[in-house]
Design a protein around this ligand. Sequence first.
Ligand code: NAD
Length: 417
Amino acid sequence: MTDARKTSQIRDLGLADAGTLKIDWVREHMPLLRQLEDRFRKEQPFAGKRISMCLHLEAKTAYLALVVQAGGADVAIAASNPLSTQDDVAAGLVKRGVTTFGWYGATQEEYQSHLRAVLDHEPFAVIDDGADLATILHQERPEQATKIVGGCEETTTGIIRLRAMADEGVLKYPMIAVNDADCKHLFDNRYGTGQSVWDGVMRTTNLVIAGKTVVVVGYGWCGKGVAMRAKGLGAKVIVCEIDPIRAVEAVMDGFSVMPIVEAAPHGDYFITVTGVKHVIHKAAMERMKDGAILGNAGHFDVEISKPDLSSLATSIRRVRPNIDEYQLADGRRIYLIAEGRLVNLAAGDGHPAEVMDMTFALQALGLREIVENRYAPGLHMIPRAIDLEVAQMRLQSWDVGIDTLSEEQEAYLHSWQ
Ligand SMILES: NC(=O)c1ccc[n+]([C@@H]2O[C@H](COP(=O)([O-])OP(=O)(O)OC[C@H]3O[C@@H](n4cnc5c(N)ncnc54)[C@H](O)[C@@H]3O)[C@@H](O)[C@H]2O)c1
């Protein structure tokens, strides 16, 4: 077993007690993971196995790491974003024996060195977020990549990258697309992002949402949640899309739909959530009103073009924690939250614990699946049985029962005459 205290690279082990309190709080609100912790402790599915994870280093993730550890694994974890790491949680993890790499505000070089350090742990299997580990393994460590039995990917952006690798025939190990499970994107992306984005925006700006105009760029699973909750908070919502079907959906959900350049002069808040770079660009910024606030909820900090914003600005200053003011030559000011990194994690605590409970139950069961069964290299759906099991666990935790088909109904469904 790795000596976590010796190997970890974190800010300050002295913060461990505060981190432990945070982890204990979310544990109370994650009954599915608690159930899996008990099961794994008895069954030891990961006994003696090294597992490396790259996930947002906050309390819910910490609890997932402890659940995998309870299953017998030697766990190492690195942050998946330099601004989402909570230093006290990182310290709490080290105290409980999880080798941890990351601190809040890591530079790009430090962040990259933490990713390499978590791979130096020589993992048997991985949990990835945004395919950061996969990218390093395939670009720099092809030999090591062939030794990995597989892993699970957390988010849409990572799956897009892994799919591109699989399509080119270069993906060297099997990955389960956890994001594509119904119990992930229907709830985490929609309700999780919907709630936590506004939590992040509100606590960071301390400004009202009601009566304002919110422009949501991208009406996928996350965008639907962000728009739905903005409406619930009393905002007028404009949706920008490139997909005509999603645009029709947004219109029928009651939102205005228009191109970003047309939406630009109306917005008080802009939230990008597309997984695509530079969806808010110079032409839109040039038309924004004084005081417009920009935030991103997509995985990487590329959706709002920071080069364009900087090129328009005569000066930039930090006006509140996590808010930068870009002063433009014509006198207008544009505000960027959390340097364009995921607003809900870099300027908040991420998704609610109950939502991550389902996502991380999928991660834990997906990891077990990939460790116990040999999959071929490539991208795989999580088995439907696991998706349904997680939904059943969720219902049981709420004490909600549902009906089952009678034999007669089953026969009817399978007949054609
Ligand atoms: N903040 C979080 O906690 C969180 C949670 C889950 C996923 N994510 C990330 O959010 C991003 C979106 O995820 P998703 O599951 O909603 O993906 P999705 O594929 O369901 O939706 C993305 C939408 O953006 C649209 N789009 C693409 N380019 C656009 C453009 N230039 N202008 C307008 N719309 C455009 C697409 O047509 C699509 O409808 C990904 O990067 C994902 O990894 C973030």
